[in-house]
Design a protein. Structure first.
Length: 214
């Protein structure tokens, strides 16, 4: 037997052996850790995944587009330089609802979901919305005026339809029926809508609402 073989064998024989009780204890710890990781995964899923950052060139284009609107320009600069404690959100919108927001016809945006993904409990009055056409460019800005986030029941759905249908500007006869299996709803009152000339903005996942990081 070579010297290397003897050394390896001696090293293996000298390793401490686990008692059955210690082995059972380690198994319990591993299972607890596994359950903990599942919990964190569920929480991340409910929050709608990771936040997003905007490329500096895109941000510069947005600032340039608001130079003739001092209030919007100053608001965006304050947010970028951490002098505005509000949140920026990317909102993906399909037609005809995007055009209705830009024209002022639609004054409330709604988001229904099966889980607590954004914007549920993540958007507040004073937050800034970047309005993006689904599959297209950034085309507008808006300010959040008021928010309601609620667990959804058939009674709540009827209440929303009765009180807010006009401001939601929803004319699809099947829309309300499609929300019956959802569990959460967020209503966002929109103010100070400012249309933009299209600004390219990459968005590579299927989320319809994304929180923006500085």
């Amino acid at each position: 037997m070579s010297a290397m073989s003897i050394s390896t064998q001696a090293s293996a024989d000298s390793r401490p052996q686990l008692t059955p009780a210690a082995a059972r204890y380690i198994i319990v710890l591993l299972k607890r850790n596994e359950r903990s990781m599942v919990g964190h995964s569920d929480a991340a899923s409910q929050q709608g995944g990771k936040n997003m950052q905007i490329l500096f060139a895109t941000w510069q284009s947005i600032l340039s587009a608001t130079q003739t609107q001092p209030q919007w320009h100053e608001r965006l600069l304050k947010w970028y330089h951490h002098r505005l404690e509000k949140t920026l959100h990317l909102v993906i919108l399909r037609e005809p609802y995007l055009s209705r927001i830009l024209s002022g016809q639609k004054r409330i945006e709604s988001r229904f979901a099966r889980d607590r993904r954004p914007p549920f409990a993540r958007v507040n009055a004073g937050d800034i919305l970047l309005l993006k056409r689904a599959g297209g460019s950034l085309v507008g800005l808006a300010l959040v005026k008021h928010v309601i986030s609620r667990a959804l029941t058939p009674d709540v759905l009827d209440e929303i339809r009765y009180n807010y249908a006009a401001d939601l500007a929803i004319d699809d006869p099947h829309f309300w029926q499609m929300q019956l299996h959802k569990r959460y709803v967020t209503l966002i009152w929109i103010d100070e809508v400012y249309p933009l000339s299209p600004i390219p903005l990459s968005h590579r996942d299927r989320r319809g609402w994304v929180v923006i990081e500085r």
